[in-house]
Unconditional design. Structure first.
Length: 120
């Protein structure tokens, strides 16, 4: 009703800290995605050596443009719907990178350490 207060069923639980949020429910075999982002304005990746990352405890896998699923578009389609530069925003489709692009997402069993320390 317009102009009438509505009682929030979860309001008291939220303001007292007793509410359980979606992220707080335990999920079996949950994996965490961690990404390394480009720190250069524009460039190409010559090579990514994932061997050291794969040896780290808890690492399930590391994706690069070499092993990521390639997106396919029908002939004549425009993935950016004509909008400026959106074709370049499709992640891990080639070795071109721009500042902030995801270079190499990885899946971890637990968030224990940062993958950026493997960068050279």
């Amino acid at each position: 009703m317009i102009g009438q207060p509505i009682d929030r069923v979860d309001g008291r639980l939220k303001v007292t800290g007793a509410a359980t949020y979606a992220a707080e429910f335990p999920i079996k075999n949950l994996a965490y995605g961690v990404t390394v982002n480009s720190t250069i304005t524009k460039g190409r990746i010559r090579d990514i050596d994932t061997r050291q990352a794969m040896k780290m405890p808890g690492v399930i896998g590391v994706m690069t443009s070499e092993n990521a699923m390639q997106l396919h578009f029908p002939a004549g389609s425009d993935p950016g719907n004509g909008k400026f530069a959106e074709k370049d925003l499709l992640p891990l489709q080639n070795n071109r990178v721009f500042y902030g692009d995801s270079i190499s997402p990885s899946l971890w069993q637990k968030l224990l350490s940062r993958p950026n320390r493997l960068l050279r």
